[in-house]
Design a protein around this ligand. Sequence first.
Ligand code: ADP
Ligand code: 5GP
Length: 214
Amino acid sequence: MSDRRGIPIILSSPSGAGKSTLSKLLMKWDPSITFSVSATTRKPRDGEVDGRDYYFRTRDEFQQMVENGEMLEHAEVFGNFYGSPFGPVETALKVGRDIIFDIDWQGGQQIRGSALAADLVTIFILPPSIAELENRLRGRGQDSDEVIADRMTKSRDEISHWAEYDYCIVNHDIADSEAQLKAILTAERLRRTRQSGLVDFVRDLNVQFGERAK
Ligand code: ADP
Ligand code: 5GP
């Protein structure tokens, strides 16, 4: 168990800019980082696993989770409902595990207004260009032309929220973006206020000064 509270990290971007790819790379770098598995009413894509990528739920089941107060935040995105269940987040943060939320700007705003706000780190991923954003959505090969067109239309809205975030990464080269993401997390972990063990450490340094003076 870590002696600091975990850091809630929000990653937002227009669909296709690279947040799932980057969050997977971050978790590979440090397997102690947890991913907040969202619940959604969207249908699974090929290869997506219930409980790993999302909790795939019916609209009724989703609504029930909201009514039971199980969601930290929830929003409608592209005609489906998405939400972050609160339980796993609380558990991760309590034992000092950092947790990544791959959520949209609406979820970001709700979490900024929640009890997690004080510890929060928010990062927005921008695409290098709109043409490249569309290439990436097409290259992913998992959405129909209609779904891609809808996501491209909504990206403008998502991008309009970029300035609400603490950090922005323009995802040109994936290795550069990965390095920038690691740098952000490394610096955030070193914030004095997160290093709760420092008070005792410095007290001990002062004891050592006292001993030298004898
Ligand atoms: P998001 O989670 O933001 O919707 P993904 O991580 O699924 O986006 O990325 C969309 C597609 O773009 C994927 O096929 C991914 O492999 C690719 N991709 C991500 N980052 C880059 C990059 N820097 N250069 C080229 N392709 C990328
Ligand atoms: P996708 O369908 O491509 O997996 O996700 C579509 C959008 O929904 C992305 O912008 C993603 O970040 C967002 N999203 C995923 N899970 C959540 C969630 O729990 N809450 C909110 N607010 N947005 C989410």
